[in-house]
Design a binder for this molecule. Structure first.
Ligand SMILES: Nc1ncnc2c1ncn2[C@@H]1O[C@H](COP(=O)(O)OP(=O)(O)OP(=O)(O)O)[C@@H](O)[C@H]1O
Ligand SMILES: [Mg+2]
Length: 350
């Protein structure tokens, strides 16, 4: 077997050729003038040539590296490949048919009989690039899909939340007023012949409730808080409510400015709790008290009526519970039979 030391007359390019003919790595050698002196079969295949003679003696740069990816001219003076060194850089080669492909190349000096030449090895990284691009695009698409899904969920949740809030406000506000209208009219009907004066008062009260109900609907449709709340605050709004109740209401309301959303929630909470007193408690007196402490607002609605209000398991007081839960608060109900009912809601102020 011949080795480089013992074959002093063997041209280094020929010697390389004998070793490199069979390997899969594309390799070729460029002489000091920059002309191709050797290209192994793997290099020929990668560059689209059939025969080494087609490349032999051709200027390396002008044959396989003469244009930029955008097709513009690539001056030989700028070419890094003819400065032999180990690089691992990525550049574009041009195939025989003019198409281009990205390569990672390594160029190293080699002494030949013609002088200092360069041996160049390269790897076609088209497939790797493609895989990287596909992976990147897939990651981006997945991230976008996840974001779109999250955005859609947020929109649906916001819409559901808004719908639930509207349903609660309708239930605890206008619906109660129209219910009171009917109750008052029914009572008026019973007293029509026996106590016409009282019946007249009840009809007037019914008209007032219906008017308040219409007002409430108008405000809800406009997406605003009850006008009296905005204009005069919680205590005044509850005062106005008290005037329409068939029992005495005592108020003890902290004089603090609450965020508008919270204030209207507190108002609707009291409105529904007091509507329940009207409908179910047969009470003489009820009390509404708010207490501010510890970053929380506590609202107590108490009556001296029949008690026995349902447990959460029965679905009782569901809108009140939902309203308080939506605000991150808690609701406690104490309602022993014959000993009145106490609702105690505790809401965080933030
Ligand atoms: N203050 C109260 N005193 C006595 N029982 C009450 C009182 N509040 C509520 N209840 C009882 O709890 C039940 C549940 O009240 P809830 O407000 O959930 O329903 P409702 O008032 O009957 O119907 P809606 O509120 O939908 O008009 C009532 O049906 C009633 O039996
Ligand atoms: Mg109710």
């Amino acid at each position: 077997m011949n080795g480089p030391g013992s074959e002093t007359n063997l041209d280094a390019i020929g010697f390389l050729s004998s070793i490199l003919a069979g390997i899969a790595q594309p390799v070729w050698v460029v002489d000091p003038e920059g002309d191709i002196r050797f290209a192994n079969p793997a290099a020929l295949a990668a560059l689209g040539y059939d025969d080494a003679a087609e490349l032999h003696g051709k200027p390396s740069h002008q044959t396989i590296h003469y244009k930029h990816p955008d097709g513009s001219h690539y001056p030989v003076e700028d070419c890094p490949m003819l400065r032999p060194r180990q690089t691992g850089e990525t550049i574009q080669f041009v195939r025989r048919d003019g198409t281009m492909f990205p390569v990672e190349y390594w160029s190293a000096p080699i002494e030949t009989s013609a002088g200092r030449s360069a041996v160049v090895a390269f790897t076609n990284i088209e497939a790797r690039r493609h895989l990287e691009r596909v992976t990147r695009e897939r990651d981006v698409a997945q991230a976008r899909a996840a974001e779109a899904g999250a955005a859609q969920r947020r929109i649906i949740e916001a819409a559901d939340g808004a719908r639930a809030r509207l349903a609660r406000d309708l239930h605890d506000g206008a619906q109660q007023q129209f219910l009171n209208t009917i109750l008052n009219l029914q009572r008026a009907q019973h007293k029509w012949t026996t106590a016409p004066q009282e019946a007249l008062q009840l009809v007037k009260r019914a008209a007032g409730e219906a008017q308040a109900g219409i007002e409430g609907l108008r405000e809800l449709a406009a997406g605003i808080h009850p006008a009296i709340l905005t204009a005069r605050g919680l205590a005044a709004a509850l005062d106005a409510l008290a005037a329409r109740l068939p029992f005495r209401l005592e108020l003890q309301i902290e004089n603090v400015a609450l965020p508008p959303g919270l204030e209207s929630s507190v108002y609707f909470f009291c409105s529904e709790a007091l509507a329940n007193v009207t409908k179910h408690a047969q009470a003489q007196v009820a009390w509404v008290k708010t207490i501010l402490s510890d970053g929380h607002l506590t609202i107590e609605v108490t009556d001296d009526g029949v008690g026995g209000a349902g447990a959460p398991a029965d679905g009782a007081l569901a809108t009140l519970r939902d309203r308080i839960a939506a605000l991150g608060g808690t609701l406690e109900v104490t309602s022993p039979p014959s000993r009145g009912t106490k609702l105690e809601a505790r809401l965080p102020l933030t």
